[in-house]
Design a protein around this ligand. Structure first.
Ligand SMILES: [Zn+2]
Length: 245
């Protein structure tokens, strides 16, 4: 991630010498050449100072040569050697410039590579974003469906419980009816005896199953009694909420 900042800085950097105009380049090269060949510079100055008195260039050159020899003990060969120094400097400056161009090419090359890497990362993140959005949509759907299922189950349970409670209340009302004992159609004791024995009705068995309906198992969590939950069709504990898997 830090690499992004680095690259930003280097791309914001000025291109420097690569952006100079032809005239600016020439000015700077002239200054370099003046440093490399001061004898040439002096000679040319001298020639220029003679311009008013000696209009012919050929004559001006030989006058300046004589003046250089007289004033500074420098002959034509010295001045030509100085000019060669200037040319050598020009060649050296061109090499330096070519090196700067090569560096710029390398920099451009790494920018191109870096831009490819960034593009690949953007594509990866777009793909990741697409997956996230799909996951999000799925989660929203699941949450909505789940909530709807829970509400429906809650309602069905409430309806079933109400229906059964109504049945029990109706049954109790039937038993508590004031006129029950005065009902004219009660059978005789002998008749009842016959009816019960024909049903194979075990009073002891009924009492037992009311106390503790069916088989007993201890709760592994609290040690209390497990009960068979018909609704869940598994063993469970009313005390601690444990349910057998
Ligand atoms: Zn328990």
């Amino acid at each position: 991630m830090g690499k992004t900042g680095e690259k930003k800085n280097s791309s914001a950097k000025k291109h420097g010498v690569l952006e100079l105009s032809r005239e600016q380049i020439a000015d700077r090269l002239r200054r370099e050449m003046a440093k490399a060949g001061p004898t040439v510079v002096k000679f040319i100055k001298m020639m220029e100072s003679f311009r008013g008195e000696i209009p012919d260039e050929g004559k001006r050159v030989s006058a300046a040569l004589k003046a250089m020899e007289h004033a500074a003990d420098l002959d034509k060969d010295d001045i030509l050697a100085s000019a060669e120094q200037q040319r050598a400097t020009l060649t050296k400056q061109q090499k330096l410039f070519a090196h700067a161009l090569d560096e710029k090419r390398d920099e451009m090359g790494s920018s191109a590579k870096w831009s490819k890497e960034l593009k690949a990362r953007i594509e990866d993140m777009n793909a990741e974003l697409k997956h996230l959005k799909e996951d999000y949509d799925r989660a929203v759907t699941e949450a909505t469906d789940g909530e709807s299922m829970i509400k429906k189950a809650e309602q069905r349970m409430a309806e079933a419980a109400k229906m059964l409670d109504d049945e029990v209340v109706a049954f109790k009302d039937k038993l508590n009816h004031k006129n029950l004992e005065a009902a004219p159609s009660a059978p005789s004791d002998e008749k009842l005896e016959t009816l019960v024995s024909s049903l194979d009705f075990d009073v002891a068995e009924v009492q037992k199953s009311d106390d503790a309906s069916g088989e007993q198992k201890p709760c592994p969590q609290c040690g209390g009694d497990l009960a068979w939950y018909e609704l869940y069709e598994k063993w469970g504990c009313y005390s601690c909420g444990y349910q057998e898997e």
